[in-house]
Design a binder for this molecule. Structure first.
Ligand code: PLP
Length: 274
């Protein structure tokens, strides 16, 4: 496996990041996960915009997007595969926290791993912990994912693949690595960004393409929902057929099936040309 680290392609086995890197020691970093199909990246420009927004939110210098693009292309060329997840990790490096960060203080890693198409359906659970919609990291895609790791482990113990959070006022927010959509009285809704959820790229496309409304919803809307689905780069649009042990259906409901169809059809045009 060849990865990109700080300006060059290297063997993953021999690549080194300092043990003092703040991405490792305090989670001072941001990341993107991008779908790679046959050497092309899905919605690369949107991902790079979000990487920049997350970096700025964390006080990191803006990433050098020319280098990021060069690194992505080099990693894709060096590791051919049909379907992969490309991860860009960008950290504060060794700059002293709280001081002005220099240009040389950051670390950039780009790595690719093989993946397979997600199943059309899955199970999800709610968790007793909350997302802080007013916190400094709200809406940023940072490497501080400890809460998500704990929540996902809980979901897996319960036989589910995703855990859903409420925010501090009890409104439905998002999953550990996905956004959530619900069908209520035949209408498609998703929580607004003010709920504290990440501005998911699959979410934005699904809002536009499937005509979902952005609505503040209480967590217990999940108990009343006729259909629920998740969106993310790696799940695309995925039906939730069991929520907290309640079986909703055997397969995707009609609104979900239509959102899946539209997403599959239109997203094919959003792979960046090489
Ligand atoms: N919410 C969180 C917390 C995530 O980590 C992710 C994706 O990684 C998403 C939502 C979905 O975002 P996207 O569709 O851009 O993958």
């Amino acid at each position: 496996m060849r990865i990109w680290l700080d300006g060059a392609l290297r063997d993953a086995d021999g690549a080194r990041v300092s043990v003092f890197d703040h991405g490792l020691t305090v989670g001072d970093g941001v990341f993107e996960t991008i779908k790679a199909a046959d050497g092309r990246l899905f919605a690369l420009t949107r991902h790079l915009e979000r990487l920049t927004t997350s970096a700025e939110g964390l006080g990191l210098p803006a990433p050098d997007l020319d280098e990021v693009r060069r690194g992505c292309a080099a990693v894709l060329d060096a590791n051919p595969m049909a379907l992969g997840r490309l991860r860009i990790t960008y950290t504060g490096g060794l700059s002293p926290l709280g001081s002005d960060r220099g240009d040389n203080g950051t670390t950039l890693v780009i790595a690719l791993s093989e993946t397979s198409r997600r199943p059309d359906t899955t199970a999800a659970v709610t968790v007793p912990w909350t997302r802080n919609e007013r916190g400094a990291l709200a809406g940023l895609k940072t490497t501080s994912y400890g809460e998500n790791v704990v929540a996902l482990a809980r979901a897996r113990e319960l036989g589910a693949s995703e855990a859903l959070f409420a925010n501090t006022v009890g409104a439905l927010c998002e999953g550990t690595g996905s956004n959530v959509f619900v069908v209520l009285d035949g209408e498609l809704h998703t929580p607004p960004l003010s709920s504290g959820c990440l501005a998911g790229i699959t979410r934005a496309l699904t809002v536009a393409w499937a005509g979902a409304k952005e609505t503040d919803l209480p967590l217990d809307a999940l108990e009343r929902a006729e259909e629920i689905f998740l969106t993310s780069t790696l799940r695309d649009v995925q039906a939730v057929t069991r929520i907290d042990g309640r079986q909703l259906a055997d397969g995707p409901g009609p609104v979900t099936a239509e959102a899946m169809r539209i997403f599959d059809e239109r997203s094919a045009a959003d792979f960046d040309p090489r």
